[in-house]
Ligand binder design. Sequence first.
Ligand code: ZN
Length: 161
Amino acid sequence: MQLRIGNGYDIHRLVAGRPLILGGVRLQHPAGLGLDGHSDADVLVHAIMDALLGALSLGDIGQYFPPDDPRWKGADSLELLEQVMELIRSKGWDVVNVDAVVVAERPKLRPHSATMRSAIASRLGIDPDRVGVKATTNETLGPTGREEGIACHAVALLQRP
Ligand SMILES: [Zn+2]
């Protein structure tokens, strides 16, 4: 059996007048902020997509879903994740597990992590217990700590029989 590992990172700005969608779940930010971006700006799903692509050295999501392409305006990132997964499978690979950590001061993500994990796992075609979604604050330090944005780090392990 062959194994490949990939890592992904993403950050989006927090702004007024935008929805806050993480792992396909719409959340309420206490200050009414949401994530800016061309698609739905789901930073968690984007980092996972980059980890999956990175595991097979297939580049990054910007190549597949360019931010200047009107097709991806307001796109549901879970649907983009499904497309990435189709590409991974077409090359004969499956996901062993993914793990992600979201860096955000607010809101509290733990109450929603089970829903996020299920949503992501169903698009990957794996059990939710193979999808880790953790959250941490940045202790008020840096751009995520000042709530200028929300960032996410992810890793993915793939296998080919
Ligand atoms: Zn992104």
